[in-house]
Design a protein around this ligand. Structure first.
Ligand code: SF4
Length: 256
């Protein structure tokens, strides 16, 4: 029987070769690893202050024998999360924002953390940034319910400050398990925190975006967070270019 992980490795390599050939022929404005030489970030770019490097992630399947693909697995995982008090963000939250969407989605979007609207409603990406994300998803030919949406951490940091390393360390296990359960074929990392976590590197998002990476052999496309795109609309074209690469990859996999 063929090895699905080897098939994915072969497919990713074939897709990369395909894009490189098209890029050489001037057919695509894509950039692939290795990243181009670093350029100074423009002043309007998303802030790129250095972060504590993430350790090499452990295997995504926390217990392959116990992972239940689909909604049953997510329901069990939500029960495991419970009324989580594993980090200090529990004190200020209204709701844990677990995740939403198709539990068997081919496409997963991962953001940073809930904001005020998400904390109020208990659902990720429901504010202005969420509305933009919904438009981005629809522009890719999907409905919001067809994909899976979640964040690296599940509770709102006070005043929407950046998540702190101890909070990410306490919460990241749940994102890993969500990915293990949903088994998306492609992940879109929204913003620098999700991108740095999933890509295992701290390259500034302005250079990381648009460059295909992998998280435990699942292709990851880093791009800008919708909240950043609301602040700097001139970056929307770059984000759309990233999403078009995702659409091409899904098509190459025979999924669209
Ligand atoms: S952020 Fe994560 S680890 Fe911290 S309290 Fe919320 S659910 Fe628990």
């Amino acid at each position: 029987m063929s090895d699905p992980r080897q098939e994915l490795r072969d497919l990713t390599a074939a897709f990369r070769a395909h894009l490189e050939a098209r890029a050489r022929g001037g057919l695509l404005g894509v950039s692939l690893r290795p990243s181009p030489a670093p350029k100074p970030s423009p002043p309007s770019a998303e802030p790129d202050e250095p972060l504590t490097p993430y350790p090499t992630p452990p295997p995504v399947l926390y217990d392959e024998g116990q992972v239940m693909h689909s909604g049953r697995g997510l329901t069990a995982l939500r029960a495991e999360l419970g009324d989580c008090q594993r980090c200090k963000l529990a004190r200020g939250r209204r709701h844990i924002v677990f995740g939403t969407g198709n539990p068997e989605a081919n496409l997963m979007f991962v953001g940073e953390a809930p904001g005020a609207d998400e904390d109020e409603q208990g659902e990720p990406f429901v504010g202005a940034a969420g509305q933009l994300l919904t438009k981005m998803i629809q522009a890719m030919g999907y409905e919001r319910e067809e994909v899976y949406i979640c964040n690296v951490i599940k509770c709102r940091p006070p005043g929407n400050r950046n998540p702190e390393p101890d909070e990410i360390a306490a919460c990241e296990q749940f994102l890993r398990k969500q990915i293990a359960i949903v088994q998306p074929r492609v992940i879109v990392a929204l913003g620098k925190f999700a991108a740095h976590f999933l890509c295992g590197e701290t390259t500034p998002i302005t250079r990381l975006r648009g460059n295909l990476r992998t998280f435990h052999e699942i292709p990851v496309m880093p791009t800008y967070h919708p909240a950043f795109l609301l602040r700097d609309t001139s970056r929307k074209g770059e984000a759309w270019s990233d999403l078009k690469q995702v659409m091409a990859l899904l098509a190459h996999m025979g999924l669209r």
